[in-house]
Structure formats: structure tokens, C-alpha cells
Ligand binder design. Structure first.
Ligand code: PLP
Length: 396
């Protein structure tokens, strides 16, 4: 058995590395979730979430992975037989569609090649054609973690407005909030779906729904049965700093600490850091002579870079070689990219030297796996990191 020394490199695009501060924050006694100390903490966390999601409205927190927040979004706003419009951008959009269909929601899909984000113009055309307003919601994934492609949410909002269509806008931000600029209110999003284990630097286990007034209004008349996920019960309890069931107290300690860390750094700096790491990673990929899955520079993900393997080379074998030799986990290709692509996660609690270690592991792995490539990727990334320092002063 090989004994690895030092820290494992967890470079999948989430769960991301959990900072020691967040781990320590969880290592505390679980307190009475109906007591005054808990209520004060919970109310503070709820306000903090509003600042991170950039909304004045409630952000509901569920004890589940991100998929639970997808389900909560649907069962609170839609009715069986409703129609929704979904842009296929990658594996996560496909899973979201499957979930909707299980709730007897009719999904009109805009097919995609998994190398582009959702196209606002196509969404606009479908909505304009829907004269009877049968489409109740438009569903998009902000950062498609399976492909490293982002969708420009503001463009989709503008398209819905141009079409003068009343559909709700649902956005999956499971791998974007806390790492890529996101504006729930300013971008007119009705339901934002998120998870704790990526940009929010926490372990898996919490999920979120940020909701607009229009989404809350829809939840008062829709006909989908639900109980555990019911927004109304949660909103009522949250006003008093509690939940209608036992909350995940120790994960809430972690969330409180993660919000503090994001705000100490400043959200603008958090976004700039991820953008810079994305640029450095792509510089390495280009220098290796390899191709990213994402083809449009306006849609490059700041948090995930998916790289296509040259023909005849298996991405999973390559990942295995890197895991065995360098104790680093890279993301697998998912769905139709299985074996054809690997993904480098550069999100959450991350810095320049962690990125350089990651890219060094990839470059050495390319050699060991005899994947045809040019050397010099690591040097190219270093050049990007040396040339860019972008921080803004955080007001305290
Ligand atoms: N949506 C996106 C964009 C994701 O990245 C993920 C997880 O990686 C999910 C949905 C599913 O979330 P979870 O695995 O937390 O249930």
C-alpha cells in the first residue's frame, strides 16, 4: 500500500477544500435549536445569506445536498402537468430535467452541444412562440459544473422581458454562488438553487432557495404536494430564527464561519480571484496544446476547467494515474463526456500555490500517461499569476 504524505489535493469541482477555520467552527457542542442562543445565530446567518446571494428576500436553508433545493424549488412553485423550458447545457441540466419529469412536469428542452451556455436568443424565440403562456418557468444552470461553461443569467432575464413572458426564472447556482458574480435581485431571478459544498467552502449537507416575491406568490396557489420542503412553513419558522424540523446545527456553525471568511476577503475579491485562477488554468491548457470543453471565451468558467482528452486516450485512466502518483483527485467527465474529458476544480478555499501544485500534477500526469502534449503549461500559468494582482480594499 502506498502511504501518501502531506495533504491530499481535492481538485474536483466540488466538494471543494474546506478551510480549517470552517472545520474548527463545526467542532463545537450542538446547542438547543429552540433556545435563544440558536435563534440569534440563525437570524444572523439568514441575513448573511441575503448578502451573499444579493437579495432582500428570504434565503431558505435546507439540510440536504443541492438536489434537495432543486426539488424544493419545483414543488413549491409548479403543479403537475405544468410546462417548463430548460436549456440543455450539460449533465446537471439533464439531471434537473429528469427530476422535473418525475414530478409530472412537462419539459421543453432546448438541445445543446455541451460546449455552450444557454442561448438567450433561443429562449426568447420559444417564449415569443408560447402565445398562451403555457410555459411556467425557464430553468438554467449558471455554472455547468460538468463542462466548465457559464450562462449569462442577465441575458436570459432580458430575453424573458423582451418576450413579455410571465415565466418564472430558476437558476441553478450550486457551483457559482460564493465564487462567481451572482445577483439574485438585480438579475430578476425568481428561484436561486444552491448547495454548500463548492463556492461556499463548506462540507456537503446544506442547500438553499433564494426566492422572489413572484415565486412566493406562485407558491400560494400551486398544486404540487409537499411537506418537508414547504416554503411557507420554513418562512414562518425562520422569522423567529428556527426551522419546522431539527436543523443541521453544526453545519450552520460552518456556514456562519464561511460567510465571515467570504466577507473578510470581500465578494469582489473572491470573484476576481476565481477569474484569475480560471485564466491561469486555461493558459496552461493552451500551452499543453489541449482543448477546453468550453469554446466561447465569454462563457469560460472561473471555477471549473473541463479539458478534452486527445482521441484514443481515456480520461479516467489519466485521473487514476494522477491519483496514484500524486494523491490528487481531478473531476471525471460526466454523462456524454465520460472518459473523454477531465475537470480541474479551482474554486472555494484556494490560492495561487494550490493552483500551481494542481497544474504541476496535471502536467506530470500527462507525461506519465503518455498523453500527447507540449510541456510549458505550468510556466504559462505562472506568467498569468505573476502579471495579475487584483484586490479591492474591503470596508470594515
Ligand atoms: N447542479 C450543479 C451545477 C452541480 O454542480 C451539482 C453537483 O455537483 C448539482 C446540481 C447536484 O447537487 P448535489 O450533488 O449537491 O445534490
Amino acid at each position: 500500500m502506498v502511504v501518501h504524505t502531506g495533504r491530499h489535493f481535492l481538485q474536483i469541482p466540488g466538494p471543494s477544500n474546506v478551510p480549517d477555520r470552517v472545520l474548527r467552527a463545526m467542532d463545537m457542542p450542538t446547542i438547543d435549536h429552540r433556545g435563544p442562543e440558536f435563534a440569534e445565530m440563525a437570524l444572523g446567518i439568514m441575513e448573511g445569506c441575503k448578502r451573499i446571494f444579493r437579495t432582500r428576500n428570504p434565503v431558505l436553508i435546507f439540510p440536504s445536498s443541492g438536489t434537495g433545493a432543486w426539488e424544493a424549488a419545483m414543488v413549491n412553485t409548479l403543479s403537475p402537468g405544468d410546462k417548463v423550458l430548460m436549456a440543455e447545457t450539460g449533465q446537471f441540466s439533464v439531471l434537473w430535467r429528469t427530476l422535473a419529469e418525475r414530478f409530472q412536469i412537462e419539459v421543453e428542452t432546448i438541445a445543446g452541444d455541451w460546449r455552450h451556455g444557454a442561448r438567450a436568443s433561443e429562449i426568447e424565440a420559444r417564449l415569443v412562440a408560447d402565445k398562451a403562456h403555457a410555459i411556467k418557468a425557464v430553468m438554467i444552470v449558471h455554472n455547468e459544473t460538468s463542462t466548465g461553461v457559464t450562462t449569462r443569467v442577465e441575458e436570459v432575464r432580458k430575453a424573458i422581458d423582451r418576450a413579455k413572458h410571465p415565466a418564472l426564472l430558476f437558476v441553478d447556482t450550486i457551483s457559482s454562488v460564493g465564487s462567481i458574480r451572482y445577483e439574485h435581485d438585480a438579475w430578476g431571478v425568481d428561484v436561486t438553487v444552491c448547495g454548500s459544498q463548492k463556492g461556499l467552502m463548506m462540507p456537503p449537507g446544506l442547500s438553499f432557495n433564494a426566492i422572489s416575491d413572484k415565486a412566493i406568490a406562485a407558491s400560494k396557489t400551486n398544486r404540487m404536494p409537499r411537506s418537508y420542503w414547504d416554503w411557507a412553513e420554513a418562512i414562518k419558522a425562520n422569522k423567529l430564527g428556527s426551522w419546522p424540523y431539527t436543523p443541521a446545527t453544526n453545519l450552520l456553525y460552518a456556514l456562519r464561519e464561511a460567510i465571515a471568511m467570504l466577507e473578510e476577503e470581500g465578494l469582489e475579491n473572491v470573484y476576481a480571484r476565481h477569474t484569475r485562477h480560471g485564466e491561469a488554468t486555461r493558459a496552461a491548457v493552451r500551452a499543453w496544446g489541449l482543448e477546453t470543453v468550453c469554446v466561447d471565451p465569454l462563457e469560460y468558467s472561473p471555477v471549473t476547467t473541463a479539458v478534452l482528452m486527445p482521441e484514443g486516450h481515456d480520461a479516467n485512466q489519466f485521473r487514476q494515474i494522477i491519483l496514484e502518483n500524486f494523491d490528487m483527485s481531478l473531476g471525471a467527465g460526466l454523462g456524454r463526456l465520460k472518459g473523454r474529458a477531465f475537470r480541474i476544480g479551482h474554486l472555494g478555499h484556494f490560492n495561487d500555490l494550490m493552483l500551481m501544485g494542481t497544474l504541476s500534477g496535471v502536467e506530470m500526469g500527462l507525461d506519465l500517461a503518455r498523453v500527447p502534449h507540449k510541456s510549458g503549461g505550468v510556466l504559462a500559468a505562472m506568467d498569468v499569476l505573476k502579471s495579475k494582482e487584483e484586490t479591492v480594499e474591503v470596508a470594515r
